[in-house]
Design a protein around this ligand. Structure first.
Ligand code: SAH
Length: 354
């Protein structure tokens, strides 16, 4: 953390801020442009070969360039999904996954090292939160993945480790950086942010007026069940959450996407699907929405099982019969354990020697 206090975090800067910083170090403006060009390509300082050595030295002493390092990388032989285990500048680990779709490459990035939300079925929260990621560390996950894969990534989901709205200011700065015309220039409509439901932050996010998609991890059809698997529901219950969702749509015009993890015998019954449908109709009226059903990925420490194919299908059909647009998430990268949280957890266990 000392390093952070004394050095300027350049990967979290936009081109204007970087230019000011470079000029303050006593170097001309055009060096900032060169530096920024390399940064956007995810290139380490030592390899920026058109920069004078004195400039690189000055950056080493005055700047934190928090580009994640690739600790490990796996490529799925089934569908080309690539999973990265990144090491951050202070030795923390996070994960990103790049998936191939017909429309191009999509990346799922992490927003925090760990998570303090405590969802019972999730691997990322087993040991709480270690720290928030910096805006540049959010961006860096994309830059390094593009460098490694050699192709442009055209869409982004914030659905990896961590709760993005619990790292609000850094995530907002990152959203400005990643959509910046001088930067990666990613279209806001190609960005989704997933939250377990920090209601106050959902209202704040709506006011920012990004054209991003908000995904809500709902996972239950009543408060009792939701509180039993998602502690956040004790603070922000379903009523407050769905009101915030309706308001988000009214403010931004963006359709809400609901994530619903199906856990065998917990939240996957047919009656439950009917209750979910009526809940969504009640709050969301005829606003456009979508329910993404995700059979739970069993986490050894958690003891939840995934619902059978038949139960998943029945849940989906019940929603559709009741007028709710629902699909089952396609599983990518099944051979490389591509869902998030588990690798970081394993790596952490190795370190602490348990
Ligand atoms: N904190 C954010 C984003 C990270 S989790 C959120 O809660 O939305 C991304 C998604 O994966 C969430 O919908 C989360 O509930 C879900 N998830 C977590 N653990 C899972 C598991 N073991 N199986 C299936 N989905 C899981």
């Amino acid at each position: 953390m000392n390093e952070l206090r004394n050095k300027s975090d350049i990967l979290s800067m936009n081109l204007q801020e970087l230019t000011r910083f470079v000029e303050e170090l006593g170097f001309p403006k055009f060096r900032a442009k060169q530096l920024y060009g390399w940064m956007l390509k995810g290139i380490p300082l030592e390899q920026m070969n058109n920069l004078p050595a004195c400039f690189v030295e000055s950056l080493k002493s005055n700047a934190l360039y928090a580009l994640p390092a690739v600790e490990q990388k796996w490529v799925s032989s089934l569908d080309g999904t690539v999973k990265f285990l990144y090491r951050l500048h202070d030795g923390q680990f996070v994960e990103s996954v790049v998936m191939q779709y017909e429309h191009g490459l999509s990346i799922c990035i992490s927003s925090q090292a760990g998570c303090r939300m405590g969802c019972r079925f999730c691997a990322s929260t087993l040991h709480g939160k270690d720290r928030d990621l910096l805006p540049g560390e959010l961006l860096g996950q994309i830059l390094v993945a593009q460098r490694e894969i050699g192709k442009r990534i055209s869409s982004l989901v914030m659905m990896g480790i961590g709760e993005p709205l619990d790292n609000y200011d850094n995530v907002i700065r990152f959203l400005h950086l990643v959509t910046d015309k001088d930067g990666l220039n990613l279209g806001a409509r190609h960005i989704s942010l997933s939250t377990c439901g920090l209601v106050d932050k959902i209202y704040m996010l709506a006011k920012e007026q990004f054209q991003i998609t908000l995904s809500i991890s709902l996972h239950a059809y009543d408060d009792e069940k939701r509180s039993s698997i998602m502690p956040v529901n004790n603070k922000w219950n379903i009523d407050s959450l769905l009101r915030a969702c309706a308001s988000y749509f009214q403010t931004t015009g963006r359709r809400i996407s609901f994530e619903y993890t199906l856990i065998d015998g917990v939240n996957d019954d047919e009656e439950g699907a009917k209750k979910l449908a009526s809940l969504l109709h009640q709050y969301m009226k005829d606003m456009p929405l979508h329910v993404n059903l995700i059979p739970v990925n069993p986490v050894a420490e958690r003891g939840f099982d995934r619902s059978s194919k038949e139960r998943v299908e029945r849940f989906k059909q019940t929603l559709i019969r009741h007028g709710i647009n629902a699909t089952v998430r396609r599983k990518l990268g099944a051979d490389i354990d591509a869902s998030c949280g588990q690798l970081r957890h394993k790596k952490r266990e190795e370190r602490v020697g348990t």
